[in-house]
Design a protein around this ligand. Structure first.
Ligand code: UGY
Ligand code: MN
Length: 248
C-alpha cells in the first residue's frame, strides 16, 4: 500500500510540481457538474492560472472573459463549445482560444471529459487589435524539430502574431531526447504532461515526472528535461510572449 504521507508534489518560490495525488476540488461559479482542480494561480506567485476540469455527462461551463483571455484544450473526451455565436464540437486534442470580452458555453460532454485551461490577463498592444476567437486542432498543427534535434518536436498552437501575448505549444520528446541547453529566461511556463515520463531539472533540483503531472516555472527558473521510458514524453505548455519586457 502507498504511504499517504508521501507525494512527488513540491511548491517552491520559483517552481512547483503538482502531481494528481494531491488534488482537492474547487467549486467555481458557472462551472457546474464537474470537478475543478486549480493547479497554478497567483496565490503561488504565478502570473497565469492553469486548471484541470473533469466533466460529468451533465457538465456545463458558462462564463464571460473580462480581463483574462482563456484557452480550453481537450485532454480526453469530447464536448461542445459555443463562443461569440459559433458552436463547434471539441474532441481530444482540439482547443478554443477565447479573447477578452466574450461569453462562452461548454456543454454536451461525454462523461469524464478532461479539459485543460490557461488564463492570462490580456495586455493589449497599441496599434494592434484584440485577437478573434480561434478554434483549432493539434492534430493539424505541424511539429517541426526543435533547435535542429529530430528527437524534439514543437507544435505552436496559437498564431505567431503580436496581437497575442500568450503562446500554447505542445512539446514532444522521443525517449532519450532532452533540451539542448539549460533554459534561463524571462518567460513563465505552466504545463501538464499528456504522455510519457522523464526527469525535469528546475532551479537545480531534479524531479521524476510522468503523465498527469503539472509544472509551474516562474520567470528565470532554470529548466531542463530529458524523456525516459518506451514512449515519447509530451507536454502542453503556456508561455507569455510578445510584450515589452520592462517598466524600468
Ligand atoms: O519555449 C520554451 O521556452 C520551452 N522550450 N521551454 C520548456 O519546454 N521548458
Ligand atoms: Mn522554456
Amino acid at each position: 500500500m502507498e504511504i499517504s504521507a508521501l507525494t512527488r508534489s513540491v511548491v517552491k518560490r520559483n517552481h512547483a510540481v503538482i502531481s494528481p495525488d494531491g488534488y482537492i476540488n474547487s467549486r467555481v461559479p458557472g462551472w457546474d457538474n464537474c470537478t475543478v482542480n486549480v493547479i497554478i494561480n497567483e496565490q503561488m506567485g504565478a502570473n497565469l492560472c492553469q486548471t484541470l476540469i473533469t466533466l460529468t455527462d451533465t457538465g456545463k461551463l458558462t462564463g464571460k472573459t473580462v480581463a483574462s483571455q482563456l484557452f480550453f484544450y481537450v485532454i480526453s473526451g469530447q464536448c461542445t463549445a459555443t463562443v461569440h455565436g459559433g458552436t463547434q464540437t471539441l474532441a481530444t486534442g482540439q482547443f478554443v482560444y477565447i479573447p477578452i470580452g466574450n461569453e462562452y458555453l461548454i456543454d454536451q460532454p461525454d462523461a469524464g471529459t478532461q479539459l485543460l485551461t490557461f488564463h492570462k490577463v490580456y495586455e493589449k498592444l497599441d496599434g494592434y487589435d484584440v485577437p478573434s476567437v480561434l478554434f483549432g486542432d493539434a492534430a493539424s498543427v505541424a511539429g517541426p524539430m526543435y533547435m535542429g534535434d529530430p528527437a524534439l518536436r514543437l507544435q505552436v498552437l496559437l498564431p505567431d502574431d503580436l496581437r497575442f501575448d500568450m503562446a500554447v505549444n505542445i512539446f514532444t520528446y522521443d525517449p532519450g531526447g532532452h533540451l539542448p541547453l539549460v533554459e534561463t529566461h524571462i518567460m513563465e511556463h505552466g504545463l501538464i504532461y499528456l504522455q510519457g515520463q522523464g526527469v525535469y531539472m528546475l532551479d537545480k533540483d531534479w524531479y521524476p515526472i510522468k503523465k498527469g503531472d503539472s509544472i509551474w516555472m516562474a520567470p528565470y527558473c532554470q529548466q531542463w528535461f530529458t524523456a525516459m521510458g518506451k514512449e515519447p514524453a509530451v507536454y502542453i505548455y503556456y508561455k507569455n510572449v510578445n510584450r515589452f519586457p520592462t517598466v524600468v
